[in-house]
Design a protein around this ligand. Sequence first.
Ligand SMILES: Nc1ncnc2c1ncn2[C@@H]1O[C@H](COP(=O)(O)OP(=O)(O)OP(=O)(O)O)[C@@H](O)[C@H]1O
Ligand SMILES: [Mg+2]
Length: 378
Amino acid sequence: MPKTGREKIVGAGANGDGPSVDESEPKAGSEASRSEAINPVKTEDDERVGNALRPKRFEEYVGQTMVVDSISVAVKAASRRFDALDHVLLHGPPGLGKTTIAHIIAREMDSRLVHTSGPAMERPADVVGILSNLDERDVLFIDEIHRLSSAVEEYLYSAMEDFRVDFTTGQGAFAKTINLPLQPFTLIGSTTRVGMLSAPLRDRFGLVYHLDYYNEEQLTLVVQRSAKILEVDITEDGAAEIARRSRGTPRIANRLLRRVRDYAEVKHDGVITQEISRDALQLEGVDKIGLDRLDRLYLETLAKNYDGGPAGVNALAATLNEEQQTLEDVVEPYLLKIGFILRTTQGRRTTPEGAKHAGVIQDPGADLKSDPQQTRFL
Ligand SMILES: Nc1ncnc2c1ncn2[C@@H]1O[C@H](COP(=O)(O)OP(=O)(O)OP(=O)(O)O)[C@@H](O)[C@H]1O
Ligand SMILES: [Mg+2]
């Protein structure tokens, strides 16, 4: 496939008929976006608008300074030597900018990006097809890499380490092992669940980064940048109010900005002020620290129905009629981060702050003192 000298995105599906050129990212409904259905942080609408708002270069990327600085150095060094960049693993909660970084890396390396996902690479033949079509210094981006099957994963080991794949064709007496050399490429894996990655796979990444939640100041910059692209008038207070209610997540900040923009256009003159942000987000069911309906329901259920816990996440999921994965990937990480819940060996518990927010007064840590085991984080 000819290179255009700039980032080209290629979608690689599960049908085994090789990657097809696509200048956008995988469409909703594709395997790569299957998790969206169960992920309230990520909707189809977010992805469409998200692409327009996605920073294209590291200079535009807000926050995660240590990660960005480290990757920039590695990218510059690899480019200078005209080498492929070492394999990169990006992990952290949804919506914090993992896919965005993968795209920026490809752009900065002046390389092509081949986009696929763990569940889309169903059969070993899919992997061999995708790998053998990679050109020198191409970036293979595997979203949800924790969902690769072990058979597929094993093909990646030699591909990542020695740039070759060994596969067998034919059966019985006609079986033949073929050693296929590959072009040096860069694998970028992205996951919200790094703990689910096998050790051999994790160890083959030379550059491993954790993305953490953004602070209010950084999210204010994200909101201001997006408002400029969307040509929306917003005051600094208005942007800060949206930032405060965005659960530390740029994708949520962008979504809330769009909701507030609609409200400002319909109910006011279109300019977003702090008061308008507050009123619009209250209407959206987002409280002043950014918790949405599901976050509050989770907290209330744990605090009231389960008396503050400990409760297993599967029990909570059943009570809330929600997917366990949604609770684990989306709801809990932020509640843990702000210290509203604890993950103990016995199950989930609310902290006094969490119980207070849920409207339940709890004797701070009374039973924690009697059982210090319960304060242990998993
Ligand atoms: N550092 C940033 N600066 C500005 N905008 C950002 C930043 N990080 C993310 N965004 C915005 O947030 C949106 C979501 O980011 P992205 O798709 O990269 O998240 P992700 O970590 O890949 O999420 P998921 O785990 O759900 O795949 C992007 O479309 C982009 O507009
Ligand atoms: Mg992503």
